[in-house]
Design a protein around this ligand. Structure first.
Ligand SMILES: [Zn+2]
Ligand SMILES: [Zn+2]
Length: 142
């Protein structure tokens, strides 16, 4: 089954109304090869159907995140969205040059377990970005 249909079915099963606008938004984010900002989702959706408005895009993205079907990450002040098809991952964002490196999310498992043990809180660590300084910028500084 196409990924967008999986999302549609999941929302429908949770009792959400699937409007034509929402369908287009889901298709855009489900088929995107990369992370998209809400504005990019809006532009791509509007190219397909001018009826789509930005408020619906924000609401639909929020709903997907809330339901665990999509996740957002802060890439240097730019909020981007992707569906869970991409699986858990970490972005290491260099605060000096802006370069983004993807890191293995398994590194966060011990942290997740400690937080769970100490606070009985399950952190959402499937999609996070961390600011820091990349190797190239470190050697320039040093
Ligand atoms: Zn850098
Ligand atoms: Zn990501």
């Amino acid at each position: 089954m196409a990924h967008c249909h999986t999302l549609l079915q999941a929302l429908r099963a949770q009792g959400h109304r699937i409007t034509p606008q929402r369908t287009v938004i889901l298709e855009v984010i489900a088929h995107a090869e990369r992370h998209l900002s809400a504005e990019e989702v809006f532009e791509l959706a509007q190219a397909r159907t001018p009826a789509v408005n930005i408020a619906t895009v924000y609401r639909t993205l929020d709903l997907l995140v809330e339901r665990g079907l999509a996740s957002r990450a802060d890439l240097c002040g730019k909020m981007v969205y992707t569906t869970m098809r991409h699986g858990p991952h970490i972005h290491l964002v260099c605060r000096l040059c802006g370069q983004v490196t993807d890191a293995d999310h398994h590194l966060l498992l011990p942290l997740s377990q400690e937080i769970q043990a100490h606070y009985h809180f399950t952190p959402d660590l499937q999609h996070i970005s961390m600011l820091g300084v990349c190797a190239a910028c470190q050697s320039e500084a040093g």
